[in-house]
Design a protein around this ligand. Structure first.
Ligand SMILES: [Zn+2]
Length: 429
């Protein structure tokens, strides 16, 4: 956290406040938080944002950051073949590979203006290290599954508890328990993880109803669809963030909404793996559920890019419903910012540019050809349909500038890319 004051001056501030105001003004940041949105006088450091938009840092609500090293390793194959290939490669991986993959992923996200990510993996102590080095904000879920299914040493639940205890006071690190899915988690494991989340007061994350097979298999073994079953065993709660949710009935949506469950929608991953035709996001939103956007891991999405995710989200729902008014730009931008924060139960701290919030921001160059012309009237549309990572000029996390003029200030990008290229060779050959 920065103790000095920082002013971001003269940009179009996309506040994402309740009125969704866009203001041509300044932002003052003190002690890592936004203290003022309005004309600012002096500050220790000044970022000139003239000709730029200033947006809340994007929130990636579901990924597996360390899988960057597996980019492009299992493309154009169905989920069965994909999982077989990725599990095989997974077994070759060392803790150093997890650290390196997380370093590379943090760089890719910071360069795209993404300041927060929700991760699900084992070896989160290594990911936490990459978070600290790079200056990004990580919501790090240690994977929990039944002891009989895991390759982790010791019990996943105990490992997860130790991880949370050891990392809860580290700045920008938010540790929690992440359940792999109902296909490898018994009722006992699920309820113990829920109990852990309540005892430690953390988020709880799960993969839910990603594929039709998951739903059919669960129905065959329990007589119930996964979300219905989770409701009946008392697992659903307002601490839960469920990723995918591509195959839900209206009854499941009602029950999840009733319990305050949030969702991380991953349209690119669902489309690329042909695992979910179209998650019923409009219905979830109509039921009041907070829905964020996630890229999922690099072995299925290939990029940790929230710009592509936003555009795909809008296009998918329009195309599926044959309705161009579906998922308008403002709603999709909300999913990557304010609604993403709500999905993480972090709406008091993240997701908008308002006094009191943590200063996680990105500065977008409106002079980039992809962003011309931009006016107040089409700014949100341009962000969702036209913006890309190379339009992001600066990234700020908790008031600290981590990327300035497209150069990362915290880590050596070319060295990490070179190491990642070398270390990944064993997965491919
Ligand atoms: Zn996932």
């Amino acid at each position: 956290m920065s103790s000095e004051s920082l002013a971001v001056k003269g940009g179009w501030v996309v506040t994402q406040n309740p009125k969704r105001e866009i203001l041509k003004t300044d932002i003052l940041i003190e002690n890592g938080r936004i203290s003022q949105v309005g004309k600012v006088g002096k500050a220790d450091e000044i970022v000139d944002a003239k000709g730029c938009a200033v947006i809340p840092g994007l929130i990636n609500a579901h990924t597996h950051i360390a899988m960057t090293l597996m980019r492009g390793i299992a493309d154009d194959m169905n989920l069965g073949g994909f999982l077989e290939k990725t599990f095989r490669v997974d077994a070759l991986r060392t803790p150093d590979d997890i650290l390196l993959g997380a370093r590379l992923g943090a760089i890719e996200m910071l360069r795209s203006g993404c300041t927060s990510f929700v991760d699900m993996y084992y070896g989160q102590d290594m990911v936490a290290k990459a978070v600290q080095e790079s200056g990004i904000r990580g919501f790090l879920g240690w994977v929990v599954l039944d002891d009989k299914f895991t390759t982790q040493k010791g019990s996943p639940l105990a490992n997860c508890g130790n991880f949370i205890d050891g990392h809860r006071d580290i700045p920008n690190v938010h540790p929690f328990a992440a359940l792999q899915g109902v296909y490898v988690c018994s009722e006992e494991t699920l309820l113990k993880a829920k109990d852990l989340a309540y005892r430690k007061d953390t988020l709880l994350h799960i993969h839910l109803s990603e594929t039709r097979k998951e739903v059919y298999d669960h129905q065959a073994s329990t007589g119930k669809r996964p979300a219905d079953w989770l409701y009946d065993i008392g697992f659903l709660s307002d601490k839960l963030l469920a990723a995918h949710c591509a195959w839900l009935t209206m009854n499941e949506i009602r029950r999840m909404a009733e319990r305050g469950v949030s969702v991380a929608h991953c349209p690119v991953s669902n489309m690329k793996l042909a695992s979910g035709q179209e998650a019923p996001v409009p219905e979830m939103q109509a039921a009041g559920m907070p829905v964020g956007l996630g890229t999922d891991g690099c072995s299925s999405q290939n990029r940790l890019d929230m710009w592509g995710e936003m555009k795909t989200c809008a296009l998918l729902h329009k195309a599926q419903r044959l309705d161009a008014s579906m998922m308008p730009a403002q709603r999709v931008f909300d999913m990557a910012t304010a609604e993403g924060a709500r999905a993480l139960k972090m709406e008091k701290d993240l997701g908008s540019i308002e006094p009191g919030k943590i200063a996680d921001l990105a500065v977008i160059d409106l002079g980039n050809p992809a962003m011309v012309p931009t006016f107040r009237e089409n700014l949100i549309s341009n962000l969702v349909y036209s913006c890309q990572s190379d339009c992001v000029r600066d990234t700020v996390v908790a008031g600290r500038i981590v990327m300035k003029d497209r150069k990362l200030l915290t880590v050596d990008q070319s060295e990490i890319a070179e190491q990642a290229q070398k270390s990944s060779e064993k997965f491919f050959h």
